[in-house]
Design a protein around this ligand. Structure first.
Ligand code: GLU
Ligand code: ZN
Length: 289
């Protein structure tokens, strides 16, 4: 068993909100409780949506919250050759094909387009690239949720029509390069797990363990997210966001809003367990803010 290495992988698309701090905190605590290392990876492949100013803000904020990584910050944007190499390896297995279907023309749910006849053929320019999911296993043995069965994603995109490497491919390659042993993230990403496992398996890599925790939802019932402009946390007083999270987790005898990030982290470390998180969520996949 290799030494535990976890990570938090925010997209550089906006400032961190309560849900992102929750995700960062839970992956951090899990790593520390396993005497492991914890890394920060900035998911910044999408040049249109990602900005350096967001990255700077995210890193500053994590530091103010006491969430310091055990190594240099990792940037997906510096790994384009690694992703291209991975794509080549998959291409040689004749499990990829060009897809010219427009998003609009496809119904929701697994891919049912007409492009599978291009399997193993040379790629078209100006087309997305999909991977065959014939060998995909929808069973996930989740560290926190136990055995799960996800929906069939259908053949999914590994490189987008606009040339961007897809998250599923990049993420699988990253976990390997960074020797990540445990991925602890929100349950909204559970469906991604079989896809990332398929990519790493096809690349001959060992997949990490995956654990998914409940996500925070707002009063509208939707996930707090950067896209919906959830209120950014105030990095100047981390105790405020930490005490909101402690309340959501039904924790007692908490430090105060004015206490330092390090006091809060020692507190969380001593009382937060997968069981306590599940209990606070009442066994559900969401926690209402
Ligand atoms: N950047 C992705 C997100 O924020 C990565 C998530 C992950 O794999 O932890 O949704
Ligand atoms: Zn297609």
């Amino acid at each position: 068993m290799s030494a535990y290495r976890g990570r938090f992988a925010p997209s550089a698309t906006g400032p961190l909100h309560l849900g992102s701090i929750f995700a960062a905190l839970l992956s951090f605590l899990h790593a520390k409780q396993h005497h492991g290392q914890w890394l920060i990876r900035i998911d910044d492949l999408d040049e249109k949506r990602c900005k350096q100013s967001h990255t700077d803000e995210i890193l500053h904020c994590l530091s103010a919250f006491g969430l310091e990584p055990d190594g240099a910050v990792i940037y997906q944007s510096s790994r384009l050759t690694d992703y291209a190499d991975a794509l080549k390896t998959l291409e040689h297995q004749s499990i990829l094909y060009s897809c010219t279907c427009s998003r609009k023309s496809l119904p929701k749910g697994p891919y049912v387009g007409n492009c599978t006849h291009r399997l193993g053929k040379a790629f078209l320019t100006d087309a997305a690239i999909r991977i065959s999911t014939e060998k995909l296993n929808t069973h996930v043995n989740d560290l926190l949720l136990g055995p799960q069965i996800t929906d069939n994603p259908g053949d999914f995109i590994v490189k987008r029509k606009d040339g961007l490497f897809a998250y599923q491919l990049a993420c699988a390659v990253d976990e390997h390069i960074d020797s990540i042993t445990d991925v602890i993230r929100g349950v909204d990403l559970l469906e991604s797990t079989p896809m990332q496992c398929l990519v790493s398996e096809r690349l001959g890599l060992v997949s990490p363990n995956y654990g998914h925790f409940p996500i925070l939802i707002g009063s509208d019932g939707g996930k707090l997210s950067k896209q919906t402009s959830a209120t950014p946390v105030d990095w100047r007083i981390p105790g405020v966001a930490y005490s909101k999270l402690a309340n959501l987790l039904l924790l007692k005898n908490t430090p105060s809003d004015r206490d330092t990030a390090s006091i809060w982290l020692s507190f969380f470390q001593s009382v937060t367990t997968p069981a306590s998180i599940n209990a606070a969520a009442g066994g559900a996949n969401t926690l209402s803010v």
